[in-house]
Design a protein around this ligand. Structure first.
Ligand SMILES: Cc1cc2nc3c(=O)[nH]c(=O)nc-3n(C[C@H](O)[C@H](O)[C@H](O)COP(=O)(O)OP(=O)(O)OC[C@H]3O[C@@H](n4cnc5c(N)ncnc54)[C@H](O)[C@@H]3O)c2cc1C
Ligand code: FES
Length: 254
């Protein structure tokens, strides 16, 4: 179903990322996403980064034409959106450790605000850490990791996750970030004997399980994902290996 919503406020998260807050009556679950229509350019998927009753948000990193156009929107402008789509996270899997890498933090933030679980926020530098204020207002344990050591733990999200999991028993890791990070998160969880639920990104057109462009093996990422648990990830042969671009060409991760 398509809705038109009005942007209430825009929050600068960092040099290339902004959060757009709007009222929307739809029921949404942590980990779901919407399709945003950008007039004359494209329609693109965005995770729902905030769920507070009817108030929802998306957090957009400007990387191309559509996302740069969204960055030009101001309070009072209207957005045409469809959704919510996808399965979302199962938050009832015991003691959770939540990990957000870069703009992937947006997808896990509703899980943080709903559960108050221990959280790792990771980025290349201190300037890439987003949504820390929201996380610390809901969770007592928010840890920062930066690749260059400019803040917090000097290293990547997975290295810090392993350190934290050695100190405390977690039942499930919830994560979103670059696919290489998710691949190593999956491997680390296997070694540690912890379940995981990871949110994957694939090129999407319809967002609703119809067009088939987001297929991975027998799953449609938009409908059967974007969140997959350890058991399902084990059956996705392209996970951590490759994805298809907007022309259907294979792009390798490694
Ligand atoms: C389920 C899901 C949730 C997402 N959540 C967020 C989020 O919370 N915040 C955020 O900043 N980004 C998110 N993205 C990524 C975002 O959709 C792309 O960055 C955006 O579509 C890029 O569009 P562009 O025109 O600005 O860039 P382009 O120059 O067109 O593309 C840049 C990159 O984005 C990819 N891309 C372009 N269009 C799509 C599309 N329709 N579907 C998937 N990938 C695409 C391209 O393959 C390319 O790798 C999400 C993607 C998916 C699949
Ligand atoms: S985007 Fe069309 S089936 Fe997933």
């Amino acid at each position: 179903m398509t809705d038109v919503v009005t942007i209430k406020r825009v929050v600068d998260e960092c040099y290339d990322t902004k959060t757009f807050v709007f009222d929307w009556e739809a029921e949404a679950r942590p980990g779901q996403f919407i399709m945003i229509w950008v007039p004359g350019i494209d329609e693109i998927p965005m995770s729902i980064s905030g769920i507070d009753g009817r108030e929802k948000s998306v957090t957009v990193k400007a990387i191309g034409e559509a996302t740069r156009a969204i960055h030009g929107f101001k309070a009072g402008d209207r957005l045409r959106i469809r959704g919510p789509y996808g399965n979302g996270y199962d938050l009832g899997r015991g003691n959770l450790l939540i990990v957000g890498g870069g703009v992937g933090t947006a997808a896990v933030m509703p899980a943080v605000t709903t559960t108050g679980a221990d959280t790792i926020l990771a980025g290349r530098t201190q300037n890439d850490i987003i949504m820390e204020g929201v996380a610390t207002s809901h969770s007592d344990n928010v840890w920062i990791a930066t690749d260059d050591g400019s803040r917090g733990f000097h290293g990547n999200a997975v290295q810090l996750m392993k350190e934290k999991a050695a100190l405390k028993r977690y039942d499930c890791v919830i994560a979103c970030g670059p696919e290489v990070m998710l691949w190593f998160t999956y491997q680390a969880c296997k070694e540690l004997g912890i379940d995981c639920q990871l949110s994957l990104e694939r090129y999407m057109k319809c967002g609703a399980g119809v067009c088939g462009c987001c297929v991975m093996d027998d799953s449609r990422v938009c409908r059967d994902g974007p969140v997959f648990d350890s058991e399902k990830l084990a059956k996705l042969s392209e996970f951590g290996v490759s994805k298809r671009d907007e022309c259907g060409r294979t792009v390798k991760f490694r």
